[in-house]
Structure formats: C-alpha cells, structure tokens
Design a protein around this ligand. Structure first.
Ligand code: XIL
Length: 377
C-alpha cells in the first residue's frame, strides 16, 4: 500500500513547480540533501503506517569525534529513543548510597530538544548488576526494588513514554521453576518480583506504558521453543494476576548463524497479541560477526535477513513499536563488545543500517521497503 502524501512533500513540490518556468525542467527533481533525507527517513516511513520507529541511543557517543554526525543521524531517522545504558542499574546505582542521574538527564535533554519520546531501558533486570546489588541481603531486595522504581520513575514522570520495567525474566540455563532467570530479585522474592515491579511502576507513573522485555524468542531451535513456551506461560500467569503490563517487548537480536522459522515466530507474536498486549520489537539488529565473504556479500545477506524477517512479522498489526539497537555499525554493541579472549571482532561487524562513515547501507533500503509494503496499523 502506498502512503498518503505528507503536507511537507506537497509544499516542497508545489514550490518547485511554481518556480519551474524560470528555473528550467531539471528543477522539478527534488534536491538531494537533508530535506529530502528527512522525508525518506525510516521514522517517517514507519509513521505513515502508524508504526513508531526508534533506535537505542547512548549519550557517551555525543562526546566522540563523530558526536555531531551521531546526533544528526538520530534527529533524521528516528521517532523514539531507547536508552542503551543510562537507566541500567549498573549506570544509575554505582554504589548503595548514590543514584547517578547525570547520563539519564542528558539523554532526556537530547530527546526533549529534538521532540523525541523515550523508552526507558530498563528498571529491573537480574543481570548486568553492580556488585553491591548482586550481594544484597535478600531481606533488603524488595525495598530496593520498590524505592528504585519509585525514585527513577518519579523523577522522569511525563518524560519517559515507555518503560522496560522488567528485562529478560527467562533464562532456562538457571534451572529455576518456570525457567525464570536467577539473580538477587528473583532469589529474594521468587516470581513475585515481576508483578511487584509492574505494580510499583504503575503506582509511580500511571500514564507510562509498561513493557515486559525478553530476548531469544526468535530462533527455530530448541532454545527458541523453550523461550517462547516459557514467556507465553509467564505472561498468562501475569495476566491472570492482573499485572499492569501494556506491551510485550521482543528484543530480536538476529544472527546469521541461527536457524529461523519466521512463520512460527509470527504465530507466537499473534498468540501474545491475542492476550491483549501491544507488541514492541525492541532491539533489532543482525549479527554478522561470523560471516565470511566480501563486505558486499555480507551486506546483501544481512539486508536479506532483515527483509525476510520484516516481511513475516510486520503484517501483525499489534506490533506498534520497532527499534533498532543503535543505527550505525561502529556504535553497535557487537562492534564494541570483546569476543572471549580475542579482543573486539575483526573485521568490524556490520549489523545495522548505516556504516561507520554514516552512509546508508542495503539494510536501510530493505527496512524502508518493508515499511512501504506493510499494512497500516
Ligand atoms: C547491551 C549494550 O548494548 C552494551 O553496550 C552493554 O555493554 C551491555 O548491554 N539485551 C539487552 C540490552 O536488553 O540491555 C543489551 O545492551 C543487549 C542485549
């Protein structure tokens, strides 16, 4: 379905047409450059169909030599910012006495200056914790959970539209009932830490949209099956308990080395949606670290994986939000996270839609085409 023309496009075109007689025929073509880029942004293409498109954003990138290009890219492409690090317990709570709001304040200031809504990632996660929380006395874990959620959400009330209240509740390898992830909140409170987190979040900011975010649900292998089955069962229990959850977030870190059955994954999304939740695809990227071949071949395979994935899932109208995990290859966690004992990956991974020189890649076009082809929500 083609999207309705936007006012901005009509205006530009009319202006071009009115000047055509004096300027000659070539002036009928829209000029390349920033104005045209804005019209063709992924954020605008998605918005034309009622989908909110965003990406994770890390404030420390603003201090890098490419800081202004980074800022410009987000201004141009996205309609939503997800905090990559700024709201994590590891950033906010370096020790038991401190709450370091400075990075989150900076992210909020950037978002506000550019009129972008924010997804706060994440309030409670039994992973990526500072040592003092890992070692917390179980008798104090519930109090920390309640006061942390209240302090953070109260400070940013009205400024953060979506919260990943609980991240990655499932981890089968921890061998806990329900395949829940082990960790300080879980060991102190059991499964109840999840509904308690959502109730605290709802009390702190009743207007915020609350998300339960999970990884590893996409693959066709046994791990994917286990994650899908366990998450669905957990969501059903939370629904039966009237836990205030608005959306289920599925991270969608795809990788060439995994097997997929996107029809099966789409059926799973449909099942979650039929329980009454919005679906957010929250951290989409494509890991190509173990691919061989030329850059052109790798980029083709990556664009193709994006295309096949999106063609399968985007017909599901319950998907209201889609976020990439960063926009440019060199700022991806895949580029900056060392491989076990081998330093950062070489050659540099190319998981995203812009390259390290901030040039559009094939993957950008694959996503743009998928947005043009999807039904409106
Ligand atoms: C990652 C960040 O991208 C990295 O910079 C950081 O070092 C580790 O965390 N799933 C999540 C995200 O929910 O929080 C993770 O982000 C990526 C996997």
């Amino acid at each position: 379905m083609s999207s309705p023309p936007r006012a901005g496009i009509r205006l530009t075109r009319r202006r071009l047409l009115s000047g055509a007689a004096s300027l000659g025929a070539t002036s009928l073509l829209p000029a390349p450059g920033p104005a045209r880029e804005r019209i063709e942004s992924l954020g605008a293409l998605a918005a034309d169909k009622g989908l909110l498109f965003g990406a994770s954003f890390a404030v420390h990138e603003l201090d890098a030599p490419h800081g202004s290009q980074y800022a410009q890219l987000y201004e141009q492409e996205v309609r939503l910012l997800t905090s990559e690090l700024e709201f994590k317990l590891s950033t906010l709570r370096p020790d038991a006495r401190t709450i370091d709001f400075a990075p989150a304040d900076r992210l909020l200031a950037f978002a506000h200056a550019h009129g972008l809504p924010v997804r706060g990632h994440t309030l409670i996660w039994n992973d990526a914790l500072p040592d003092w929380i890992k070692a917390i006395d179980p008798r104090g874990a519930g109090h920390l959970l309640d006061t942390h959620i209240d302090a953070v959400m109260t400070r940013y009330k009205g400024g953060v539209r979506y919260w990943d209240v609980v991240n990655e509740p499932i981890a089968p390898w921890d061998r806990q009932p329900g395949n829940l992830r082990a960790g300080p909140f879980h060991s102190a409170l059991g499964e109840a830490y999840i509904s308690r987190s959502f109730r605290a979040a709802h009390a702190a900011d009743p207007a915020a949209r609350l998300v339960l975010n999970e990884a590893f649900t996409e693959t066709a292998d046994e791990q994917g099956e286990t994650f899908r089955r366990s998450l669905l069962a957990l969501v059903r229990r939370l629904a039966a308990d009237n836990t205030p959850i608005d959306a289920i977030g599925l991270q969608c870190h795809l990788a060439h080395r995994y097997r997929y059955d996107f029809a099966r994954f789409t059926a799973f999304i449909d099942e979650l949606a039929s329980l009454g939740y919005e679906i957010h695809l929250t951290e989409l990227d494509v890991d190509d670290r173990f691919e061989t071949g030329s850059i052109a071949e790798r980029d083709r395979r990556t664009a193709d994986l994006y295309a096949r994935f999106l063609a399968a899932v985007l017909p599901v109208r319950a998907i209201k939000v889609l976020s990439l995990w960063q926009l440019a290859d060199h700022t991806s966690w895949l580029a900056t996270t060392p491989l076990k004992g081998r330093g950062t990956p070489k050659p540099p991974p190319r998981p995203l839609v812009y390259d390290a020189s901030f040039q559009k890649k094939l993957a950008w076009h694959a996503i743009a085409d998928a947005f043009r082809a999807m039904p409106p929500r």
